[in-house]
Design a protein around this ligand. Structure first.
Ligand code: GRF
Length: 214
């Protein structure tokens, strides 16, 4: 059974998608042992509580400096000892030491098609604002392993979503969530929990089939 810690900052709709998938059997062989939020008011914590999952608040603002937070955060993760850390809308940079200690065991969902619209400054609604500003016609979401870079780790899966005439950042964000994020993240967790993917160098390879589309 894959033990997961899910890290959140806000609404927690991706957390909800994971909880629903665990409930429906779309994710098997996995459980959430804790939810960590940097924000005490996050709705995600209510979603965790409704499922009797321990919620832990760890905010960088409560520490004298980032180094102190990074140490405490990494120590907490070590203590929890998850097999997989899931960043589901987590707006805090993962400490380099944690990335090293949990190498290829941290996944993130990004609301764009990496390597487009990612990196420093591309988070939350800003990603969708930039997509609309640039006028691209297709965007999407990416689930990837986390390495020491920003949105640079091995890509697990991506899904494209059409940009529509008249979209606002909010309508586009919602469509990307509904059509991509809430599907991709649970599917990736299920693949990991059931040993269907592996990291080879910079790339993720599927072990169950040569090509998904054939
Ligand atoms: C999602 O769009 C996620 O991709 C991004 O932040 C948003 C979080 O939404 N990183 P929620 O908290 O899961 O509702």
């Amino acid at each position: 059974m894959l033990k997961m810690v899910v890290c959140v900052s806000g609404g927690g709709t991706n957390l909800q998608a994971i909880l629903d998938s665990l409930g429906s059997g779309r994710i098997t062989n996995a459980e959430i042992i804790a939810v960590i939020s940097n924000n005490a008011g996050a709705k995600a914590l209510e979603r965790a509580a409704a499922h009797h999952i321990p919620g832990i608040v760890m905010s960088p603002k409560k520490y004298p400096d980032r180094e102190a937070f990074n140490e405490a955060f990494t120590a907490k993760m070590r203590e929890l000892g998850p097999d997989l850390i899931v960043l589901a809308g987590f707006l805090v940079r993962i400490p380099p030491r944690m990335v090293a200690e949990f190498s290829n065991r941290i996944v993130n969902i990004h609301p764009a098609l990496i390597p487009s619209f990612c990196g420093v400054g591309y988070y939350g609604l800003r990603v969708h604002e930039k997509v609309l500003e640039r006028g691209v016609k297709v965007t999407g979401a990416t689930v990837h392993f986390v390495n020491e870079g920003m949105d640079e780790g091995p890509i697990i899966e991506q899904k494209a979503v059409r940009v529509r005439e008249g979209d606002t950042p909010e309508t586009l964000q919602r469509r990307v969530m509904e059509q991509a994020e809430w599907i991709l993240l649970p599917a990736a967790i299920d693949d990991i929990a059931n040993g269907r993917i592996a990291v080879k160098g910079e790339r993720v390879v599927r072990l169950d089939t040569v090509c998904r589309d054939t």
